[in-house]
Design a protein around this ligand. Structure first.
Ligand SMILES: [Zn+2]
Length: 332
């Protein structure tokens, strides 16, 4: 069976999407993609995914499997997770935490950094096992309604409404603090960055921060313009977060290896420079097609990745800077 997804006028083979599309899909969309993807030897076989646990600092650990990075506060009061990857990995994540031999107490809270399925896919199994899921108001709204994400042009991803068990039961508008394991774990909302529901999570006692997908290491970032994200918001969020943090803070990115503030600053510098390049071309009244043909992001080509290449990032910046969100916007 060959299936193709129509992406804003361009037809893109599912093969290209079956792996990277996983990064941001939720629910039935993910499932159908997985099933068809696996039947063609593509996609992720979750039974083969191993959870790698890295001690970051004190009682904070970083867990990597498939999907977004997880931060875990593991201590005498139990466990607090930041993000939970995909539902089929929940048991392995539980087992990896138990294997640390620090506590037999359960995962008491899961804090979502944003709504994408590779960060919230485990919400239902963790909630069913007794965890309380916390997220920014817009995360719950998007999970509850389903909708369409994307960069406003060639990237367009439909996602179905999540089941009740997957919905955050505590939501916040601006910030919330969980007082466990001797630490004031604070989730702080930054508007309109990667999405409209992003939170950065601070572990001040351990000097660790989880940036969600406002900071990633896979090259040019995905900015979900169709879900209220913007490059300006992403820059603003990262500059504000950097200003709040000590120089030697350990930074857990949404995706990729453990980082530091210099890595975040280099990322922000690239966002500013590429935005300026697109803005300059916009001021010259050039079209999106002309920007692609003229390869205006060539000086930053080292950031062009398999997931977001230069053309997709030109589209993202164009839509972000012109306020165009494509025709498929459901929210905002
Ligand atoms: Zn994301």
């Amino acid at each position: 069976m060959r299936r193709e997804w129509e992406l804003g006028g361009a037809i893109m083979s599912e093969k290209l999407w079956s792996r990277h599309g996983l990064l941001m899909m939720a629910g039935a969309m993910l499932l159908s993609l997985l099933v068809s993807g696996m039947s063609r030897g593509q996609g992720t076989d979750f039974s083969k995914v191993q959870i790698k646990v890295t001690k970051v600092s004190g009682n904070i650990y970083m867990l990597e499997g498939e999907g977004g990075n997880i931060a875990a506060s593991v201590g005498e009061d139990g466990i607090v997770l930041v993000d939970d990857q995909f539902a089929p990995l929940a048991e392995k994540i539980q087992a990896a935490l138990k294997n640390l031999g620090i506590t037999d107490k359960p995962v008491r809270f899961v804090i979502n950094t944003h709504y994408h399925g590779d960060h919230t896919g485990g919400n239902a199994p963790f909630a069913n096992a007794g965890s309380t899921v916390i997220a920014q108001d817009n995360v719950r709204k998007r999970l509850e309604s389903g909708g369409t994400g994307g960069n406003g042009s060639s990237m367009k991803m439909d996602y179905k409404a999540a089941p009740k068990a997957a919905l955050p039961v505590i939501t916040f508008e601006h910030d919330v603090t969980v007082h466990l394991n001797g630490e004031d774990i604070r989730a702080l909302h930054f508007p309109a960055g990667h999405t409209d529901g992003d939170a950065v999570i601070f572990f001040p006692k351990n000097n660790v921060v989880h940036m969600g997908d406002d900071f990633v290491r896979y090259g040019f970032p995905f900015i979900d313009v169709a879900s209220g994200g913007s490059v300006q918001g992403m820059i603003d969020a990262m500059e504000k977060a950097c200003a709040m943090l000590p120089a030697d803070v350990k930074v857990i990115p949404g995706h990729g290896a453990l980082s530091n503030l210099d890595d975040v600053r280099e990322f922000v510098k690239m966002l500013k420079e590429t935005s300026a390049a697109v803005q300059k071309t916009l001021d010259e009244h050039k079209t999106l097609e002309q920007m692609k043909q003229e390869k205006i992001l060539e000086p930053w080509k080292k950031w062009s990745g398999e997931f977001i290449d230069s053309d997709k990032f030109i589209e993202t910046l164009y839509n972000s800077l012109t306020g165009s969100k494509g025709q498929f916007i459901k929210h905002n």
